[in-house]
Ligand binder design. Structure first.
Ligand code: MG
Length: 227
């Protein structure tokens, strides 16, 4: 079956009716001991150490925000800067575990006719490693990594890649644990379903949540409105 035929099949009578469920990876489908705060602080120290001025603000800078700022303000430092998360991610991926019911939820969504995608700030090497290690790849139609986007979440650029794959999709929903997923979904104009995560942090960051689930088994029901 060709890809368009598969889309037709998944979407039922019409490709235009296709609904897409887009998953964050870390702490949503898999969990690694990646310490995002440690990555951010190391990158912040790197930026300051190289004389890059960080505009003052109340909230601490996240690693993706720092990386985007460095790319804009001091592009020559970008290769060194990206080596910081890469080193953390390579170590963490070896110790990743499967999030409970991730495979079951993906399989259920496929049976319901959803197309499925991953949208992660991790790079392609890490994403492919963990997805194949836990045999999730067969359940996924598209994997968008930081190698595929112009800017990282909370920027919505990854949704551009999703929309390019399914230009006539009738609905796109993002599922993730973090405020960066929520803000990215919001900026891209699609609903966000919060999986676990820090509710107070989501609120502080101004994330509007369409639904909140504490088990991936509850996802098909939460997605009922978007099919
Ligand atoms: Mg996450």
């Amino acid at each position: 079956m060709t890809a368009p035929e598969r889309d037709q099949f998944r979407g039922g009578a019409s490709v235009a009716g296709l609904s897409i469920c887009v998953f964050d990876l870390d702490h949503t489908l898999v969990s690694s001991p990646l310490d995002l705060r440690a990555v951010a602080r190391e990158m912040e120290a790197f930026a300051r150490g190289r004389g890059v001025a960080l505009p003052p603000r109340a909230q601490r800078w996240s690693a993706p925000e720092l990386f985007d700022l460095l790319r804009r303000e001091a592009a020559h430092l970008a290769p060194e800067a990206i080596a910081i998360p890469v080193a953390h991610e390579r170590r963490a991926m070896e110790h990743a575990t499967l999030e409970p019911f991730a495979a079951e939820a993906l399989s259920a969504l496929k049976q319901l006719g959803f197309a499925t995608a991953v949208w992660t700030n991790n790079d392609r090497v890490v994403a492919d490693f963990v997805l194949s290690r836990f045999d999730l790849s067969p359940h996924l139609d598209l994997v968008v990594t930081r190698d595929d986007v112009l800017r990282l979440k909370p920027d919505p650029d990854g949704l551009r890649v999703v929309r390019a794959r399914w230009p006539t999709a009738s609905s796109i929903v993002v599922v993730g644990d973090s405020w960066v997923d929520g803000l990215a979904a919001q900026a891209g104009g699609v609903p966000f379903i919060a999986y676990r995560g820090d509710a107070a942090e989501l609120e502080t960051r101004g994330v509007t949540v369409a639904a909140r689930i504490s088990s991936l088994l509850d996802l098909p029901a939460a997605l009922g409105d978007y099919q």
